[in-house]
Structure formats: structure tokens, C-alpha cells
Ligand binder design. Sequence first.
Ligand SMILES: Cc1cc2nc3c(=O)[nH]c(=O)nc-3n(C[C@H](O)[C@H](O)[C@H](O)COP(=O)(O)OP(=O)(O)OC[C@H]3O[C@@H](n4cnc5c(N)ncnc54)[C@H](O)[C@@H]3O)c2cc1C
Length: 393
Amino acid sequence: MAKEAHIIGAGIGGLAAAAILAKTGWKVVAHERANTLREVGAGIFLKENGLQVLEELGPLDDLIAKGTRLRQSNLKDANGRSLLARDISAERVYTVLRADLHQHLTTLAAKWGVDVQTSADIVDVHPDGRLNMAGGQEYKADLIIGADGLNSITRRKMGLEVSCVGLPNGSSRMLVPQVDGDLKDESVEQWVGHKRVLGVPVGRSLMYLCASAKESDSRGVQLPFDVGYWSKLFPAYADLFSRVDPSTVIHHRHGLVHVNGWSKGKVAILGDAVHGQPPNLGQGAGMSISNAGSLAHILESEPDVPHALAAWEAKERRLTEQVQNWSENWDHFVHKWPVGVERLRSVVIWGLANTPATRRHWGRLYRGLDQQASPAAPSATNTKSSARLTASN
Ligand SMILES: Cc1cc2nc3c(=O)[nH]c(=O)nc-3n(C[C@H](O)[C@H](O)[C@H](O)COP(=O)(O)OP(=O)(O)OC[C@H]3O[C@@H](n4cnc5c(N)ncnc54)[C@H](O)[C@@H]3O)c2cc1C
């Protein structure tokens, strides 16, 4: 008889874990607290680590056909000077709509026979494989995966939490119609003081914008989104902001999770539950998918679940925490830097970004893979921004 896995949470991480476990022979039940399956957000970057596991699950053509393959990623300072311009054409970096990625995973889970239950709130979890729903129903599983997000109940019940904090900043995310002259295959992120805006195409008809500010900046984080405020601070994005429907913008505070382990007995944690972090490397979902794939393969070669979970943590935790630490340190660095000496921050970032060792390390973490993939060297230029957001070269 197939072993039974129960997944708590049907977000990107939970659905990826459910689908790949089902594909490798497990009977899988996924419990989602919400009454429908859906993903909140706008666009998302998919990189090599996540793409490899998604490809294992089935053809990716339909998903990526609706997205954009990026050729260049740019980081600019308040004056529009390029701090880092990376040629990523030799890597695979796509943007897709979150809703499309979630739907893709839902379809894969159904294809591989996952039983997805909605309105299923899990309130207790035990290392011996028991889990309890609100209302009292108890299940018994050979493996439980808590993919229940930043505020994971699984992490707390298993005593794996060191800390889970809300960071002092957050992001407003939105989609706007794409028009002729918009960026076609580049992302551009610009920092002005402690605020930043990311703009990137998603497919042929939409642009994804992410505007981040300190939570204490009431106009910066307010909803409905304050188009005038952001356009004045980021004139290069004013044209894009003019297309925003403020009522569709969502805002979330960033969170950071630290744990003392990834599993206890038959229970593992995955995704934001284990590595919740600020979105500086665009790797939270990618690592959730990639770690789900790795877990499924280790379980195939290791019949004993607790040993497999220990082997999985030993294999994946180092890189996962490197990505998280880099993202956390970057957050501290840019947010704590005094605004009055911002030019100096640009010089430091430019200097670091153009050190070969930093570039290699950063490229590895950005891809979420230990092996080198891209022969293309990043370049740093000093292009001035135009009034409108355009390609850097
Ligand atoms: C602004 C921003 C931009 C980002 N951009 C990127 C990017 O470009 N690329 C990238 O890879 N990552 C990105 N991320 C990170 C990425 O969004 C997350 O890492 C990823 O969505 C986490 O997925 P998850 O499945 O672990 O958690 P979640 O998406 O939080 O899913 C958890 C699920 O569990 C359910 N749940 C919770 N508790 C229970 C319970 N007790 N019982 C049953 N169900 C429960 C919830 O309802 C939810 O559906 C970004 C994050 C932010 C904030």
C-alpha cells in the first residue's frame, strides 16, 4: 500500500510538495484552510531551481508562454545610475502571474491524484504523524509537511521556531496594462532612500510593479495606493503608475522566520514556514518548490521517514539559509543606511556588486543553485535614467 502524506497548506510550496510526492508514489492529502484555492499577489520570478522541479512534474510550456523570459536585471540608484546590470540571458529567469503558477500547480496536483481539501483548518500536529482539524477530526499519516506559511502552526507545535517577526518594511504589489515602449525583457529596480520600486513585464500585456516602503511611512504603505506620492518620488515610473487602478493594489508587511530544525519525527516544515524572508532575491517560492523536489527524491531512496527528513535538511539547509541570510543582510544594509549619505551607499553597492567574488556568490543565490549556470558576466554601467522607465542599454 502507498504511504500516506498529509500537507498542511495549499500555497505554492504545499501544492508543489503534494504534486511531486504523488508523482513519486505517495497517497497525498492537502489541507487548505481557505475555502477556495487561490494565490494572493501579482507577478513572481521563477528561476532555475524552481523551474527544474516544475519541469519534472510535467510540461511547462503553457505556463511560461504566458510569462516573460528575462534577459537583463538592473539595479539603479536614486539618480538613475546603474549599480548593477546583469546579463541573465544565459540563465533561465521568467516572470509569470502568481495566479497562473498557482493554477498550474493545482492542475498538476489533480493530475497526480492529490486529494485537495479546502476549508480544512489544521489545529494540531504530532511528531508521530497524527494531525487534527478544527472540529476534532483526526488523521494519521506516514509523513506530514507543514507548508502553512509565515505564521506556521506546524513550526510552533513542533517546537522548531526560533523567531518569526514582522520586518519594518512591506510591499505594495500591482499589475498594470503594458503599452508600446515598456520594458520587454528586463527588470528594473530603483532605490530612493529607503523606498524601492521594481518594474518588470509579465507576458505581452501586463507589467508587474512592486513598491516597497517602511511600514512607518503612512503614505508609502497606504491603500488605496497613493499614485501621486509614488510618481513624485520615482519619476521614471510615473507613466507606469499612471496606469494603476489603486483599488486593485495589495500590501503585505515582510516577515522573517528563523528555525532550529526542519523536522521532528514524521513532521517536516517547508516554504515560508521554514525560510520566510524579505523578497530581495525573489527566491522564497523557488526554494519552496526546489526543496519539495529534493525531499521527494530523498524519500524515494530512504524508506524511513525521520531519517529521510534528517538527510534532506543536511542536504538543503545550508544553501537555503545562505539565500535567506543574504536577503536579510541586504535588507538591514539598505534600510539602516542614513538617507543623508545615500550617494555613499550607491558607491558601496557599486563596489561590492562589481567584485568578482560577490558577483559569483550573488548569482548562485539568485539562481538558488550551487552549480554555476551563467557564463555571462554582469556589467556595471553609468547610464542616466530617462524620464520614463526604459531599457538600460
Ligand atoms: C512582495 C513579495 C514578492 C515576492 N516575490 C517572489 C518572487 O519573485 N519569487 C519567489 O520565488 N518568491 C517570491 N516571494 C516569496 C513567495 O511569495 C513565498 O515564499 C511563497 O509564496 C511561500 O509559499 P508557501 O506555500 O510556503 O506559503 P503561503 O503562500 O503563505 O501558503 C501557505 C498556505 O497555508 C494555508 N494555511 C496556513 N495555516 C493553515 C492551517 N493551519 N491549516 C490549513 N491551511 C493553512 C494558507 O491559507 C496558505 O494557503 C515574494 C514575497 C513577497 C512578499
